[in-house]
Design a protein around this ligand. Structure first.
Ligand code: AMP
Length: 375
C-alpha cells in the first residue's frame, strides 16, 4: 500500500523502515518547514497548498506527531482512511480532554484543575496543595510548556514562563517509578499489548527505558492492560497507542497518552518479536498483528544533543544503534541504542557502559539500582 505519514521526524522514518519490507511505499507530508531525514518521498508543504497532490499519492494516512491542525486532519479523514482516527487525535492533542476521558473510563490520575489566568493558577495551587505541576493544555512535549510551583506565589512566574492561555494544574505525584504500556489495535478489533517498560526521565525528557519492567506485580500489569484496552475501544483507535503511567504506593496513575508509536517503545525494535513500528503498519494496512512478546531484556538509551562516537558503540556486541540522521543541537533526540542482556544485572552494567560513550547522558538511576536485591 502507499502510506502517507503526517509529520517528518524520526518516528515517521522508523515507521517507513519497518514498512518497506512488507511491500509498502511511503510519502511523508510536512507542514513544519523543518522536515527530518525521512525515508521514502517527502512533500514539504508549510503553506498547506499541496494536500490534494499528497492525498492523490496515498491509499491510507497515519501520523507520527499529534500537534496537527484539526481542520486539516478532518479534511484528510473525509477523503482517505485515516488511522488512528480523528477522535484519537483530538483527545490526545489536548491534556484536558485526555484527563476527562481518563476520568470517564475510571482510569485514576493525579488531582487536577484547569487554569486560564494567573489568579486561577494560584487558586488551583492553593486548592490542590503545593507542589503542583502546571502544563500547557496543548502543544507541550518532552517537558516543554511545564513549570513546577513550590508555592502558590510562584503562579505569576510560572504563568509567564509557560506563556499559554490555558493550563492543566496537577498535584505533584510522589511516584516510585514511571511506567508505560503500549498496545496496538487492528481494524478487526484484535488487540495486542506489549510488556510494560520502566522509564527514566530527566528534566521531562526520556533517557532510558527498561523492558520488560523489572519486578512488575501482576496486578499492575493487569490494571494497565485494562486501562489501555478501554481507551483503544472508546476512541475506536486503530494503530499503536502509548499510555504513560506513574507507579505509586496506591497503584497506578495515568499521566498522558500518545496516539502513535512512542519513544518508550523503541526497545521493541530489537527486544520484541514484532516492533511497535511494524505493528502500527500492520494495523493501519488491515494486516494481522505480530507477536508482541519480549525477546530477553532490553534497555533503550536515548542519544540526545551530541552523537558521541558511533564506532565505540558498534564495537560492543550487545548494542543496536539507531540514528535519525539529524544534526547535533542541545536537547535534540538524535538516536537511541538498544542494549540487550540475559539478566537485569548484566543489562544495568551494559546500559551504564553504553551511557559512558554518550556525552551528556545522565547516569542510569532506576528501580533496579534502588533495591540491589533485584539484581
Ligand atoms: P509529561 O509531558 O506530562 O509526560 O511530563 C514529563 C515528565 O515530567 C513526566 O514523565 C514526569 O517525569 C514529570 N511529571 C509530569 N507530571 C508530573 C506530576 N504530576 N507529578 C510528578 N512528575 C510529573
Amino acid at each position: 500500500m502507499r502510506i502517507g505519514i503526517l509529520g517528518a521526524g524520526q518516528l515517521g522514518r522508523m515507521l517507513a523502515l519497518s514498512g518497506y519490507p512488507l511491500g509498502n511505499q511511503f510519502v511523508s507530508y510536512d507542514i513544519s518547514g523543518s522536515p527530518g531525514a525521512v525515508i521514502g518521498d517527502l512533500m514539504a508543504d508549510p503553506a498547506q497548498e499541496k494536500l490534494d497532490e499528497f492525498l492523490s499519492q496515498v491509499d491510507v494516512v497515519t501520523y507520527e506527531f499529534e500537534n496537527l491542525p484539526a481542520d486539516m486532519v478532518a479534511a484528510i479523514a473525509e477523503r482517505r482512511p485515516l488511522y488512528p482516527g480523528v477522535t484519537s487525535l483530538q483527545v490526545c492533542q489536548n491534556r484536558e480532554s485526555e484527563k476527562r476521558l481518563f476520568g470517564q473510563l475510571g482510569i485514576p490520575t493525579a488531582r487536577w484543575r484547569v487554569a486560564d489566568s494567573v489568579e486561577s493558577l494560584e487558586a488551583a495551587a492553593r486548592e490542590l496543595g503545593c507542589p503542583v505541576v502546571a502544563k500547557s493544555i496543548t502543544e507541550g512535549y518532552d517537558g516543554k510548556g511545564q513549570a513546577l510551583l513550590r508555592a502558590p506565589e510562584d503562579a505569576a512566574d510560572a504563568w509567564e514562563r509557560i506563556g499559554h492561555h490555558r493550563l492543566i494544574v496537577e498535584s505533584f505525584v510522589q511516584f516510585a517509578r514511571e511506567l508505560s504500556v503500549i498496545a496496538v489495535r487492528g481494524q478487526d478489533d484484535e488487540i495486542a499489548v506489549y510488556p510494560m517498560a520502566e522509564n527514566v526521565h530527566v528534566d521531562g525528557i526520556l533517557r532510558y527505558s527498561i523492558a520488560p519492567a523489572p519486578s512488575l506485580s501482576s496486578t499492575i500489569q493487569v490494571e494497565a492492560e485494562t486501562y489501555i484496552r478501554a481507551l483503544l475501544k472508546e476512541m475506536d483507535h486503530v494503530g499503536v497507542l502509548a499510555l504513560e503511567l506513574f507507579e505509586t504506593d496506591d497503584g497506578l496513575l495515568a499521566n498522558e497518552m500518545a496516539p502513535r508509536v512512542h519513544n518508550s517503545g523503541h526497545w521493541t525494535q530489537d527486544g520484541a518479536n514484532t516492533s511497535q513500528f511494524e505493528n502500527h503498519i500492520r494495523a493501519i494496512t488491515g494486516m494481522p498483528l505480530g507477536d508482541v512478546s519480549a525477546r530477553g531484556l532490553t534497555c533503550m538509551v536515548n542519544i540526545i544533543g551530541r552523537h558521541g562516537e558511533a564506532k565505540d558503540l558498534l564495537r560492543l556486541p550487545y548494542t543496536h544503534l539507531h540514528l535519525y540522521d539529524k544534526s547535533e543541537r542541545a536537547g535534540r533526540k538524535l538516536g537511541h541504542v538498544n542494549v540487550q542482556a540475559d539478566s537485569y544485572r548484566e543489562l544495568v552494567w551494559r546500559a551504564m557502559n553504553v551511557a559512558s560513550y554518550l556525552p551528556g547522558t545522565p547516569e542510569l538511576s532506576c528501580s533496579l539500582l534502588a533495591s540491589s536485591d533485584q539484581l
